[in-house]
Design a protein around this ligand. Structure first.
Ligand code: NAD
Length: 484
């Protein structure tokens, strides 16, 4: 094994777990690189105890003091960016450049957290003569963050800097498929001066997540993953009177109009469907081709053929994922769709045991086909034809999901029209992956998100804090009455 057995991190120290072990593979070559414990409720108990004990001192510090840790953490992310990107690539299978993009985004997220003192000064107003009302933002206590496999570095950093800088103590439950980056982040936080117990990592799967949802010592749970599990976690956490914000899966539609710029559209659509091997909740999964856009489709195929597994296309997370993705392609083909570029059976020389799927473009997909509505999570573009813009919007609107949508056109009026009508939280105009950059916040609609508010940016402040209102009168001589 290239890496030692993963441990939990509790109270600032590696801690062994009781559960069974799960093997961790490098998806690019199928090599076992480590193993991770599937912890039990007793490890969650230990983490809650450590976090609960560390919380009061951390919460009592000023926010200006707390963010100093994140200024240093930011520098460490930068210093070790190459190593961190490499680790992401090894455990997730994406390319080094894609790993680096995650790390750079984590730096940006941390920079936002460093600006929090400017964003939470509280308010004060003289509400009656001689009577002042003041509001203060206070941390919640022990909070939990549960994360998926597809961004081992970035998604944990959606929650770590903001939640902790705002004064909370956190338990992270990373995906059991990619636990190595999370442990490295814990080390960097410790090196940045975060006190023991404020950031804990409990590895595992369903049992750990359920224990987090049930534990009375945890006040808020954020979750990022599939819609099926997001629903389970949202229901279970709120049934135990916790705040919950659960981001789910996606089926993002890119609506391409006949006046769209051919080159720009083709390169954006191809990058969106194939980046991170299509394992992005913001990936272009369905393209709705309005009218005659054959020249653009031809160019997309040309671009897709230039993408080479093992070179500028990473592996998917597991052999099971590869089988699932290829099954969607085969079923669509059997149902009458036309496979224009076929990524099935991709093999990379020297990495024959890697889990690769080549870029795939499928035309004439119809809305009834499974591939049109379900999340494929692979480098596969399903093209659905529509005669009209309103027909395309109807297809987009009929999705249960609502993470992202995009429109490609040279017409400002049409762009505005589609942006207005699309039922998604993040909209792109001539942009295939419309991730809002800080200070804007990240979050979808419909079954792509359960709970209130977004998970990053200013929108997350309300989720990680509670507000206290203090009304004050000092001067008895003023003889103010309440409504004066
Ligand atoms: P997943 O739902 O399988 O796992 C997410 C987390 O839930 C993991 O930590 C896992 O251990 C845990 N888990 C899995 N099954 C569970 C169960 N039955 N009960 C309790 N916990 C359980 O998701 P994944 O495969 O790791 O990630 C891919 C999914 O995440 C895709 O659907 C993708 O769209 C989604 N995603 C969404 C966003 C977003 O912002 N909306 C961002 C990234 C990923």
């Amino acid at each position: 094994m290239k890496y030692p057995t993963v441990t939990n991190i509790i109270n600032g120290h590696p801690a062994a777990a009781n559960g069974a072990m799960l093997d961790i593979f490098n998806p690019q070559n199928g090599d076992k690189i480590s193993e991770v414990p599937l912890s039990t409720a007793s490890e969650v108990e230990a983490a809650v105890k450590a976090a609960g004990e560390a919380f009061p001192d951390w919460a009592a510090r000023t926010i200006k003091d707390r963010v100093q840790v994140f200024f240093r953490y930011r520098s460490l992310l930068e210093k070790y960016a190459d190593d961190l990107a490499n680790l992401v690539s090894e455990e997730n299978g994406k390319t080094f450049d894609e790993g680096m993009a995650e790390v750079l985004k984590s730096i940006e997220l941390t920079e936002f957290a460093c600006s929090l003192p400017q964003l939470v000064p509280g308010d004060v107003q003289e509400v009656s003569r001689g009577v002042e009302c003041r509001s203060e933002v206070r941390p919640l206590g022990v909070v939990a963050s549960i994360t998926p496999f597809n961004f081992p570095n970035m998604v944990p950093n959606w929650t770590i800097p903001n939640a902790i800088a705002l004064g909370n103590a956190m338990i992270l439950k990373p995906s059991e498929q990619v636990p190595l980056s999370a442990i490295r982040l814990a080390e960097l936080l410790a090196d940045a001066g975060l006190p023991d117990g404020i950031f804990n990592v409990v590895n595992g799967g369903q049992e750990v997540v359920e224990a987090i949802c049930d534990h009375p010592g945890i006040t808020a749970v954020s979750f990022v993953g599939s819609t099926r599990v997001a629903k389970l976690v949202y229901v279970r956490a709120t049934a135990h009177f916790k705040r919950a914000l659960c981001l789910g899966g996606a089926k993002n539609h890119l609506i391409v109009l006949p006046d769209a710029n051919v080159e720009m559209t083709a390169s954006n659509v191809t990058a969106s469907m194939s980046g991170c091997a299509g394992q992005r909740c913001m990936a272009a999964s369905a393209m709705v081709a309005v009218g005659d856009v054959d020249a653009i489709i031809e160019k997309i195929c040309e671009e897709a053929r230039k993408i080479e597994p093992g070179k500028n296309l990473g592996a998917v997370i597991s052999s099971a994922a590869r089988e699932r993705i290829e099954k969607y392609i085969t079923e669509a083909e059997a149902a009458g769709a036309k496979v224009l570029v076929d990524g099935r059976g991709a093999v990379v020389e020297g990495k024959e045991n890697g889990y690769y799927v080549g870029p795939t473009v499928i035309d004439h997909v119809t809305p009834e086909m499974k591939i049109a509505s379900e999340e494929v999570f692979g480098p596969v573009l399903a093209i659905i034809r529509s005669d009209t813009v309103d027909g395309a919007i109807e297809i987009e609107n009929s999705s249960n999901y609502g993470n992202a949508a995009a429109v490609f056109t040279q017409s400002g009026g049409m762009a505005r029209y589609v942006a207005e009508k699309a039922s998604a939280g993040m909209i792109g105009v001539n942009i295939g992956v419309p991730v809002p950059r800080e200070p804007f916040s990240f979050g979808g609609w419909n079954e792509s998100r359960f709970g209130v508010g977004d998970i990053t940016g200013a929108s997350s402040i309300g989720f990680w804090t509670k507000m206290k209102k203090i009304t004050v009168k000092w001067n008895p001589a003023a003889r103010t009455n309440w409504m004066s």
